[in-house]
Design a protein around this ligand. Sequence first.
Ligand SMILES: Nc1ncnc2c1ncn2[C@@H]1O[C@H](COP(=O)(O)OP(=O)(O)O)[C@@H](O)[C@H]1O
Ligand SMILES: [Mg+2]
Length: 357
Amino acid sequence: MNQLVEKSSSNDMLQNDLLYAQIIEYSVETVIIHSDFKILYINQAGANLLKGNKEDLIGMNVLSVFREQSKEKIKHRMANGMLDQSPSDLVEETIFCSDGTSVEIELYCHPIQFDGRKCIQTVVRDISTRKEAERLLNDREKLVSIGQIAAGIAHEVRNPLTAVKGFLQLLKESSSHPYLMTMEIELEKAIDTLQNLLQVSKPDLYAEPITRINLCKELTSLMFLFQDKLYNIEVELDLRDSDQCIYGKRNLFLKAFFNLIKNALEAMPSEGKIRIEHFCKDNSVYVKIIDNGIGVHKDKLKLLGTPFYSSKSDGTGLGLTQVFTTINDHGGHIQVQSELGRGTTFNVQLPIQPGTA
Ligand SMILES: Nc1ncnc2c1ncn2[C@@H]1O[C@H](COP(=O)(O)OP(=O)(O)O)[C@@H](O)[C@H]1O
Ligand SMILES: [Mg+2]
């Protein structure tokens, strides 16, 4: 009878071990079992995370995936893990995969019995998506607060400048000093910069009704504004589906496409070619502004649209911020492709249905 009970309980244990092995093997989290830092077991999720083969990873030193400066800390944590009864605290770290890429992870360790001896089980979780989201949120919060401060200052400074402009115009009527003209031009520039700043940081200040807009017509008339800059620049307009309209704030769109065309022309200081395409596809209007100018370095691509990022000595770095804000506010998307020395393409997609702006 006793033998029977023992047999059935050892059967149960075997079943439990098998069940445990299956749970671990198919876990979405990386599980590594190691002893004296030598990997004895790693599940499939672990092999995927480290971009390696299980066979190659087993036998490897578990510390080898950590950064040099972290190894000592991790070593301690794992050594302590042998003594602890409960899992260690979560640690955030960066590990290196077999192909040299790095991943942000969090891990905890605890002791387990494996193959009849006490080992450490380390559970690793990929947190790169969470970290990226945290970074974006952080950047966005920073931008929002910078935007709010900037909008406050712009608002306060613009009012007295507008008053000065009024008095300057009165002065011009009674006197014809040559400096008055220069003063007025410079003042216009300052007010314009403040206006741009206000528009990108507090766009709702410029409540504008949503209207039907024919982008083909607007793009054609915008090109007339650049007549004086088109010397030595070849312009190619490929405007298809020209009857199609979208809905949105007309002035914001005019300004956005003005900014894109202006940038394209500024990217070709002596000569070049600008091509503007317009077409409809799948309920969206697409506008492409293509130039064969100086291009943008790939490291700088992600900076495009960040307020005040400019590579020009007289740039404000607000043009693309206005473009990105306007397109996003109208439920659209914008993509940039660029190659240094070859040119840049701004690809704008806008929904035909009324946007959310
Ligand atoms: N078509 C383009 N070709 C090359 N670089 C561009 C282009 N459009 C924008 N850029 C880069 O993006 C930066 C930011 O543009 P923008 O926000 O309009 O500010 P600004 O024109 O005042 O510098 C520019 O200084 C330039 O480095
Ligand atoms: Mg610009």
